[in-house]
Ligand binder design. Structure first.
Ligand SMILES: CC(C)(COP(=O)(O)OP(=O)(O)OC[C@H]1O[C@@H](n2cnc3c(N)ncnc32)[C@H](O)[C@@H]1OP(=O)(O)O)[C@@H](O)C(=O)NCCC(=O)NCCS
Length: 181
């Protein structure tokens, strides 16, 4: 039931839906883009590896009942990115993740998706806290976290050699943020 409510959502400009195999071309393009992957602190991926990422996101939906969507532009049907909720084993809590296609950035799309992820986290899943784990030098992602109302809490080392800033919004802060949208 909860999964049904989360699988397809809408924002003013986007239809958000669970990823499917037909999305592979877009995944392959995003993950082959050097600039995008630099910001995400990861090496570029070839098409076979992008398929595995796609499969992992579909698997996340099956295992957790929620997960990242693909962002479909309502007016054209084009895929403009992927984003949503992410909670793999070993993560300290549920995180929002977002990637917007290079040509569609700085137009407020990530803000739309982030707000919908917050709505789902607090109004549907009834979470106590929603996190963003962000590389300290990913200024765009930090700007997005600030716009969404996330506060810096501490640093976290998920593995040797990787240090992330932990941002979060707590349940009590959500109504105030939502009322300002
Ligand atoms: C981070 C990312 C998702 C932002 O997407 P976006 O659609 O451009 O973001 P928005 O247009 O909603 O902007 C959100 C805020 O960030 C700021 N911002 C976004 N890109 C920026 C840039 N290149 N330079 C300066 N500020 C930027 C916006 O000005 C806005 O702040 P404001 O509300 O104070 O104006 C996008 O740059 C991206 O996909 N980056 C690569 C993947 C990545 O790093 N993802 C996050 C880590 S997993």
């Amino acid at each position: 039931m909860t999964r049904q409510m989360l699988m397809t959502r809408e924002t003013p400009r986007l239809r958000l839906r669970m990823p499917e195999e037909r999305d592979l071309d877009a995944f392959a393009e995003w993950f082959a883009d050097e600039e995008t992957m630099k910001w995400m602190q990861q090496p570029t991926l070839d098409r076979d590896e992008a398929w595995r990422v796609l499969a992992m996101m579909v698997g996340h939906w099956h295992l957790r009942g929620f997960g990242p969507w693909v962002l479909e532009e309502k007016s054209t049907g084009r895929l403009l990115g992927r984003g949503g909720l992410w909670f793999p084993e070993g993560w300290p809590g549920v995180e929002y993740i977002i990637l917007v296609s290079p040509t569609a950035r700085v137009g407020g799309l990530a803000t739309e998706v982030g707000r919908e992820a917050m709505r789902c986290a607090f109004e549907v899943l009834q979470l106590q806290e929603l996190f963003g784990f962000i590389a300290p030098w990913n200024k765009r992602s930090i700007a997005l976290a600030n716009t969404l109302g996330f506060d810096f809490r501490k640093t976290w080392q998920p593995q040797a050699g990787t240090m992330l800033n932990v941002y979060s919004v707590q349940r009590d802060d959500y109504p105030r943020l939502r009322d300002a949208w």
